[in-house]
Write a protein that binds this ligand. Structure first.
Ligand code: ATP
Ligand code: MG
Length: 370
């Protein structure tokens, strides 16, 4: 989808190339994250793809076509671009900014207005409030969201995103990353995404391209970058807690154990004890009639009790829970926050999906290790 072949850029009056003999390919529907220190050539690489900068040497293909032969304006209409410094047009309203490419393409006005509102909603800005404001009347993070909305406006198959979430606080950033990833699940766009932040790269990337001084040091999956860094530079970039970071790569829903005791609150303690027998889990999960977890009964508590009571009488309301899309890192963090050895995993309908225990987590990481 995007292919670079021996691409070099030497700016006028510069001795060292900003980008040096870069060859790589971004597959259709994938997010490739360019990561590396300031000045290593990330922005230059992006700008060569949509011809804001022309390479000194080498070829770039988009959709199999040599971009040097495509009209730059047409090219850019099909490549959404989130500019590093946001780059909204200050004299235009937010709505007009977002509408730039659809207008160029001659969309009818009602369709444009509708699209603007959909996109504003999408990036978490109320259209009623923000539509008619000017960029100066927004915070940096809000402007950045408008930048993302603008890049998506005409629904281009390719997106170049240069530090799209750089200007926001960590909480908003995590939120925007999650929103964007779930959006990407549906959009399946081919994306080149730039960041300084290796954790963002690991989270967002199907592939990561580590760059240093204009050169590609390693191009691999996040898991390989963490488990088999190419050299000391990559080791230093990913930091020493690589094992911990790998927890970010696995979704709780994908590994949650389903073979665990689940019972209704009306289940008697005697029956519940039978469920426990073959298992070393710390809890029984108590669900309602729609298979939605309501709480847990601790194994120790259950074993201490006898008589005719029911599970609901020893139920502890649910706290240590994770969404199926949460990562194992989130799951571990939740366990630590609540001082528990387990986390209950639910799907979007709040139905029970399984459980992850601390011991199971350790096993999973051992299995995945290399
Ligand atoms: N128009 C230009 N003329 C001369 N040199 C340039 C020009 N644009 C960029 N450079 C140089 O090329 C190198 C790569 O710049 P680039 O903007 O691609 O880096 P980057 O990886 O995006 O950095 P950052 O993370 O700080 O955004 C830098 O040394 C920069 O100074
Ligand atoms: Mg840059």
């Amino acid at each position: 989808m995007i292919k670079l072949e021996g691409v070099t850029k030497i700016f006028p009056r510069q001795k060292v190339p900003a980008v040096k003999n870069l060859s790589m390919e971004v597959a259709e529907g994938e997010i490739c994250v360019l990561v590396g220190p300031s000045g290593c050539g990330k922005t230059t690489t992006m700008k060569m793809i949509n011809r804001l900068i022309e390479p000194t040497e080498g070829k770039i293909y988009v959709n199999g076509r040599d971009v040097a032969e495509v009209d730059p304006i047409k090219l850019r209409q099909n490549i959404g671009y989130v500019i590093q410094e946001i780059g909204l047009f200050p004299h235009m309203t937010i709505a007009e900014n977002i509408a730039t490419v659809p207008r160029e393409k001659g969309w009818p006005e009602d369709k444009i207005q509708e699209r603007v509102d959909v996109l504003l909603e999408l990036v978490g800005l109320d259209p009623e409030v923000y539509r008619n404001r000017k960029p100066a009347d927004l915070s940096g993070g809000q402007r950045q969201r408008v930048g993302v909305a603008r890049a998506l406006a005409a629904d281009p198959p390719i997106l170049l995103m240069d530090e799209p979430f750089g200007a926001v606080d960590p909480i908003t950033r995590a939120h925007l990353q999650n929103e964007f990833l779930s959006l990407q699940k549906k959009m399946k766009k081919t994306i080149m995404f730039v960041t300084h932040d290796i954790d963002e790269a690991i989270k967002m990337g199907d592939k990561i391209a580590v760059m240093r001084a204009g050169e590609l040091v390693q191009y691999d999956t996040p898991d390989r970058i963490l488990s088999a860094p190419a050299d000391d530079f990559v080791v230093a970039l990913v930091g020493h807690n690589r094992a911990l970071k790998r927890l970010n790569l696995v979704k709780a829903g994908d590994v949650a154990r389903k073979d665990v005791p689940v019972a209704k609150g009306t289940c008697s303690l005697e029956e519940a004890k039978k469920l426990l027998q073959a298992d070393n889990l710390p809890v029984i999960v108590i669900v309602d009639g729609l298979n939605r977890p309501r709480g847990v009964a601790y194994k120790e508590e259950l074993l201490r009790r006898n008589g005719q009571a029911h599970l609901q009488e020893i139920m502890t309301p649910l706290e240590s829970v994770a969404d199926e899309d949460a990562t194992l890192y989130d799951a571990l963090s939740t366990m630590l926050n609540y001082g528990e050895r387990y986390v209950v995993v639910m799907n979007h309908n709040k139905e029970f999906q399984g459980i992850i225990t601390f011991g199971y987590l350790l096993e999973l990481m051992k299995e995945n290790g290399s």
